[in-house]
Write a protein that binds this ligand. Structure first.
Ligand SMILES: [Zn+2]
Length: 227
């Protein structure tokens, strides 16, 4: 699962909880950030194999600290606590349950990974591995990613008072993510090394976070002026 994760970020952001979209973009990929970092450090293990599954080249044969069920629950709790601590200090906690939403956004990553991944998600330690393996079916997996993203964006636009210019930008951003997903799913490429792959993960994910940050700045001044 790749851009489908962002559907949760879009859907979770509301006028009431005011959790910044860029922050939710980190939350929904938090487990992958940890994974990419641990692979870079040589602690978790990844093989990049051409044709490993139809939709992905990633053989994550050892990632218990980022992608096992207990780890996912733990990291979700850590993220929620972090948000609660920082925001209650700095006055950015607009709703008490906002921290819970952040935690659930982090955990959603594991649930969506469960659909796509082959059996590589451990229920305990590094054993009892699960994964429905939708990545074995390229077109349905791609369709699911895009459908999720579309629904997420529709919910975002419905729940947030968005000036027209930002609405257009949100849709353009959505199309950009679809193009990236097309590239990831369908464009054949020679596999990179494990370290280069996770460096790419860091760079792309962070690029999307920056884009989400600027997205919510668009039309803001005009909105204030018109009040
Ligand atoms: Zn993941």
């Amino acid at each position: 699962m790749f851009v489908g994760h962002y559907s949760v970020a879009f859907a979770a952001r509301s006028e009431r909880n005011k959790i910044p979209l860029w922050f939710l973009f980190i939350a929904v990929q938090f487990l992958d950030y940890i994974w990419a970092t641990l692979v870079l450090l040589g602690i978790e293990k990844l093989r990049v194999i051409k044709g490993f599954t139809a939709g992905s080249m990633l053989d994550s044969y050892f990632h218990p600290y980022s992608h096992s069920l207990p780890a996912a629950i733990l990291w979700s709790g850590v993220a929620a606590l972090l948000y609660w601590t920082i925001c209650s200090r700095h006055g950015c906690l607009y709703r008490k349950h906002a921290a819970v939403i952040v935690g659930l956004a982090v955990f959603s990553h594991w649930l969506l990974d469960l659909i796509a991944h082959p059996r590589d998600l451990a229920i305990y330690d590094d054993t009892w591995k699960v994964g429905f393996g939708l990545w074995r079916y390229r077109n349905p997996e791609f369709a699911l990613e895009i459908a999720l993203l579309g629904v997420g964006i529709v919910i975002y636009l419905a729940r947030n008072a968005t000036p027209t210019i930002r609405k257009t930008a949100v849709i353009a951003f959505g199309i950009t993510l679809v193009v990236v997903q097309i590239g990831d799913t369908y464009v054949p490429r020679t596999p990179l090394t494990d370290k280069a792959t996770v460096m790419g993960v860091w760079i792309f994910y962070t690029l999307f976070v920056v884009m989400a940050f600027f997205l919510e700045k668009i039309g803001k001044r005009r909105q204030i002026n018109s009040r």
